[in-house]
Design a protein around this ligand. Structure first.
Ligand code: GLY
Ligand code: MN
Ligand code: MN
Length: 447
């Protein structure tokens, strides 16, 4: 399995430290495990920031970057080693491992935070830290920065300003390095194969969760640890629910099945949506909607370049969808007026896409505000994912279009010369998917 080398993490930390400067200190905190029920926890997913800067996966880790500090500029606080715990629950690196395997200059057990962490604040003017994600830790941070500390016979100066560290980290995470792109390509490839597998083995009469199982089986057998988000497998009217994750219904022979699923591979997400007829043949109404979405998707992908802004992609996809909705008979009136009224929102309520990376909805400058125009920059990855959703209960829609949801989503790398579609291997043309659906040998899945 691929994974990032220690040098990659070191480079990332050095770049962060260049921005923090020797008057600053930054603290990143990993969340605790979350309880699922009684004495069972959800599988642990480390904080994206902790994992981005260190590759460390254990719960509650605290990372400190204090550029130029003479007792260590990269410090880790981690769960201590404990023979009995490790026999039951799994191995821990401990402070020793944090130094040896994760490159910390100094490392301590979590129990030592109170005693040790404030030492790294002394003499620093700015504390880079994200308030609000862990209120208990926020309280401790305030106490640690406000307690008077004596150092060399004087009262030590502690940071007087807290700066949101996301501003620095987000810029770093927005563009992807060569090593990151290798992992993202692999995440996209595994995700694409999983969709192909599901299309091949779809037949009317099976359950949505059977396709979910196939998809997630492929993720896991390919070395992906988790789905990057809860897999959406919605047939018929379920496909019109944007974040449908029940996945419990039987698939009917007249249903369009919408699958939105992607693997998290080495902490990089794939995010693909395909929509296909369960029977292997679109009805005319299904095909019209599908073709309309496909054309908008392809035309929007063509606009991706460093000369474009996210807002331009958003607006042009909304206009194209509005034109399609008029053509399909789902909206009436002039396209300009419908755009003014945002009438597309009834059938296309979400945005054209989002940055992709360590998180499926990754950090990105253009999420700061909907009103700001944000340039696309080379080496960022974003999704393009238009859709049209006609709920079964929509009495204004032509009857044959009710209960159809179509979204088509690809993962696009912005390049110096335009774009590259990282999920191009996943079929989406009408004849390709009609040939693929149901073509798998059911025996291949038997015990
Ligand atoms: N699966 C979440 C999204 O497509 O944004
Ligand atoms: Mn997406
Ligand atoms: Mn998606």
């Amino acid at each position: 399995m691929d994974s990032l080398s220690p040098e990659v993490f070191e480079t990332r930390r050095r770049q962060m430290m260049d921005q923090i400067g020797d008057e600053g200190v930054a603290v990143f905190v990993g969340p605790p495990p979350r309880n699922r029920s009684n004495d069972t926890d959800y599988p642990y997913r480390p904080s994206s920031d902790v994992v981005y800067l260190s590759g460390f996966r254990e719960p509650r880790a605290v990372l400190v970057l204090a550029p130029g500090h003479d007792e260590g500029q990269f410090v880790m606080f981690v769960p201590k080693r404990d023979e009995k715990y490790e026999r039951w629950e799994g191995r821990r690196a401990g402070p020793e491992g944090a130094v040896e395997k994760f490159g910390a200059d100094a490392a301590f057990a979590l129990e030592d935070l109170d005693e040790e962490l404030p030492k790294w604040f002394e003499g620093r003017k700015r504390l880079y830290y994200t308030l609000g994600s862990d209120p208990d830790f926020d309280q401790k941070m305030l106490r640690w920065t406000q307690t008077k500390r004596h150092s060399r016979g004087k009262v030590a100066k502690m940071p007087g300003a807290v700066v949101d560290v996301r501003d620095l980290l987000f810029k770093a995470r927005l563009t992807k390095s060569k090593e990151e792109l290798e992992l993202m390509r692999r995440a996209c490839e595994i995700s694409s194969e999983a969709h192909i597998l599901a299309m091949k083995h779809c037949r009317p009469g099976i359950y949505e969760y059977e396709l979910q199982g196939l998809i997630e089986y492929h993720f896991r057998r390919s070395g992906g640890e988790f789905p990057a988000y809860s897999s959406i497998v919605g047939a018929g009217d379920n496909a019109t629910i944007l974040h449908y994750t029940d996945n419990n219904s039987k698939i009917g022979d007249q249903d369009v099945v919408l699958i939105d699923a992607g693997v998290e591979y080495q902490f990089y997400a794939g995010d693909i949506t395909r929509s296909f007829p369960a029977s292997g043949k679109f009805t005319p109404a299904q095909r019209d909607i599908y073709q309309a979405v496909l054309e908008v998707e392809k035309a929007t992908i063509e606009l991706v370049s460093t000369d474009a802004t996210y807002e331009e992609l958003q607006e042009s996809s909304r206009r194209m969808i509005t034109e399609a909705l008029v053509e399909l008979g789902l909206l009436e009136g002039s396209v300009d007026e419908l755009m003014e009224e945002k009438a597309y929102g009834d059938y296309y309520p979400h945005s054209i896409g989002h940055p992709l990376g360590v998180d499926v909805h990754d950090v990105g400058l253009f999420k700061v505000s909907d009103d700001e125009a944000h340039d696309l920059v080379a080496n960022m990855v974003l999704t393009i994912e238009p859709g049209i959703y006609v709920p079964a209960a929509d009495e204004n829609a032509p009857e044959e279009m009710r209960g159809i949801g179509v979204r088509i989503e690809d993962d696009i790398l912005v390049t110096e010369s335009g774009y590259e579609n990282l999920t191009a291997s996943c079929p989406k043309e009408v004849d390709e998917i009609e040939a693929l659906v149901g073509s798998g040998d059911p025996k291949a899945l038997e015990l």
